[in-house]
Design a protein around this ligand. Structure first.
Ligand code: BDR
Ligand code: CA
Length: 315
């Protein structure tokens, strides 16, 4: 069983990633959930995480609030520009209960430190939002890197962006934090847009999910109903990309992904390219391979496993 900490900004796909992780108790154990501002403000992303966990009947995983803005840059989400993707609440669409429990009275940083220190085994971090909390951890407690097995994150893209032509949202929001994380020496699995744009659910597959009929299955289908609008109407993609779920799915089903080890660094200054994950699969620079970049996934298998994961939680 892999002990994980999910660091997230729910967000439809963060919520689906969390549900997927909950559905694989024989493979994953969620030790803590730490929250970052990203898809919406910190208050909203925290409330969303608590509501999803409450809906899933989970009250015993500690949740803590983290960074409410990036390390060095102004927040994008405060301008309201993310509403077109995730709605005003950050998780528009399905009806959800009010949070059934409160976040811990400690910061995300404190909860990360406590969980990592108290664990007998090395912890795997699963960040699916901007990397601010994780960068803060490495700045404050670099000694704890030794107790981290690896970081399986959603962010970046070797060949494309989705917020600027060159940058993916999570990295674009806080490139300095991403730079600290990618240069930390901790092994990284990068589920970037190359793979997440292949990890989509079609309209037909979402109907199959809905027909499963359980509460979680229907809830997941409703999350996809809302989230997919942006993918179809704005991004013109062939389905609803469940970006963040890739960071979880890789840990449970690595065999369905195509991966390549390479050096990845973050562009901080480019006037057109700030926040780009510069990947070097050709090893032109001969630098240390600090990341496993996911370049592809067996899409049909991904969709099948996703539907299975969502329906499993109803049993
Ligand atoms: C990432 O940005 C957010 O919209 C999603 O939750 C995902 O983490 C995709 O670029
Ligand atoms: Ca996210």
């Amino acid at each position: 069983k892999i002990p994980i900490i999910m660091d997230c900004d729910p967000g439809h796909d963060d919520a689906l990633a969390m549900l997927w992780a909950l559905s694989e108790p024989e493979k994953l154990e969620i030790k803590a959930v730490t929250i970052v501002a990203g898809n919406q403000t910190l208050e909203k992303t925290t409330r969303n995480a608590l509501r999803v966990l409450t809906f899933a009947g989970v009250h015993n995983i500690p949740v803590a609030m983290g960074a409410d803005h990036p390390l060095m840059r102004p927040s994008i989400f405060e301008e309201g520009v993310t509403e077109m993707v995730h709605g005003q609440s950050g998780l528009d669409g399905p009806a959800m209960p009010e949070p059934g429990f409160a976040p811990k009275k400690m910061s995300a940083l404190q909860l990360l430190i406590k969980t990592i220190e108290e664990s007998e085994e090395k912890i795997t971090l699963v960040p699916t939002g901007p990397l601010t909390n994780i960068a803060a951890l490495f700045l404050v407690r670099p000694d704890l890197k030794e107790k981290i097995e690896r970081i399986s994150l959603m962010g970046g893209g070797a060949y494309t962006g989705n917020w600027t032509p060159a940058a993916e949202y999570n990295i674009y929001v806080d490139p300095e934090a991403a730079s600290i994380v990618f240069n930390s020496g901790v092994p990284i699995v990068m589920a970037g847009l190359d793979v997440t744009h292949q990890a989509y659910i079609t309209r037909e597959e979402n109907e199959i999910l809905r027909q499963k009929g359980g509460r979680i299955a229907v809830f997941a289908a409703e999350l996809i109903d809302f989230f997919s609008r942006y993918h179809y109407e704005v991004e013109k993609l062939p389905g609803c990309t469940i970006h963040d779920a890739c960071a979880v799915a890789y840990l449970c089903h690595p065999e369905i992904f195509v991966e390549k080890q390479c050096h990845v660094d973050i562009e901080l200054e480019g006037s057109l390219t700030a926040g780009t994950t510069v990947c070097d699969p050709g090893n032109y620079e001969g630098k240390e391979k600090n990341a496993t970049v996911l370049y592809g996934v067996d899409r049909e298998k991904f969709a099948e496993l996703f539907i299975e994961a969502m329906s499993k939680l109803d049993k």
